[in-house]
Design a protein. Structure first.
Length: 276
């Protein structure tokens, strides 16, 4: 019952933070500290009391320790996300979140075999995954060094916590993106909409990309088309095919830039004439 009491105390403290704190960073800092303290208490209790039998050991590493552990991982990722979030604009923020989303999906794909084991609620390998006896007898999974101690770790308990933590973090990314995209969509509805042709838009994007104006030329053109297209309310099209059609033009292949340059010069000349 000792471990259950410690877990109950942790859950109560966690709920108190959720109720009192509203800012993500402050909440993350407090919960990371709580998780670290709680895991230290669990570790001392395990070193002192051990387990009555193998079933109790499996239960602890599979269902008890994983609770503060997965919150530690989740809020560590959340804090890192918030601290490193670009301050230069909404579009950069979405690109940043999409990069994190890709990394999270790669993690899930890498460990999909174990995730299937969890989803199907299999227990056949639990004694190998969740007891310390087999920590060095089967291939251990590389994990973050959270409380890396052979007396307090099994081969898969930290991986289990990472999966649960990354599931929470994946949902956080989706919600964060939705809020930013909603803000952008509201801005588009009230402010800016692309009223030129789709071919002109594609020529504009490829031209700016050729000049290295997006991320010093390191951004993928398809991503630029998607982000700017969403931002400016451009109707969906086949950007690659349109670009090839632009290249195959019999006349000028940079019609958009030539016409834009001519109209800008005419505007400047008209203004100079009005001001003289």
């Amino acid at each position: 019952m000792l471990y259950e009491e410690l877990l109950k105390s942790f859950n109560e403290a966690l709920e108190d933070i959720h109720l009192r704190i509203s800012t993500p960073l402050e909440e993350a800092n407090l919960i990371i500290a709580l998780c670290t303290l709680s895991l230290a208490k669990f570790q001392k209790a395990v070193e002192k009391n051990g387990f009555q039998n193998i079933d109790r050991e499996i239960y602890f590493f599979k269902s008890v320790k994983v609770i503060p552990m997965h919150y530690l991982i989740y809020y560590t990722e959340l804090r890192s996300c918030e601290l490193n979030m670009p301050k230069g604009g909404k579009l950069l923020q979405i690109q940043f979140l999409e990069t994190l989303e890709e990394k999270t999906n790669k993690f899930f794909n890498k460990h999909k075999e174990f995730m299937v084991y969890l989803e199907l609620k299999h227990t056949l390998l639990d004694k190998y995954y969740y007891t310390r006896k087999y920590l060095n007898r089967i291939q251990s999974i590389k994990t973050y060094p959270y409380f890396k101690d052979p007396k307090f770790n099994t081969s898969h308990d930290t991986l289990l916590a990472r999966i649960h933590g990354f599931e929470l973090f994946s949902n956080y990314i989706i919600q964060r993106k939705f809020k930013i995209e909603h803000t952008i969509n509201n801005f588009i509805e009230k402010k800016l909409v692309w009223s030129g042709s789709y071919a002109g838009f594609i020529e504009f994007v490829y031209g700016c990309q050729a000049m290295g104006y997006f991320n010093d030329g390191n951004a993928e053109t398809s991503k630029i088309v998607k982000i700017l297209g969403d931002f400016l309310g451009v109707e969906k099209g086949n950007s690659s095919r349109t670009y090839n059609e632009i290249k195959a033009r019999k006349g000028s292949r940079i019609k958009f830039f030539e016409e834009t340059g001519q109209k800008l010069l005419r505007k400047m000349e008209d203004e100079d004439g009005l001001n003289s």
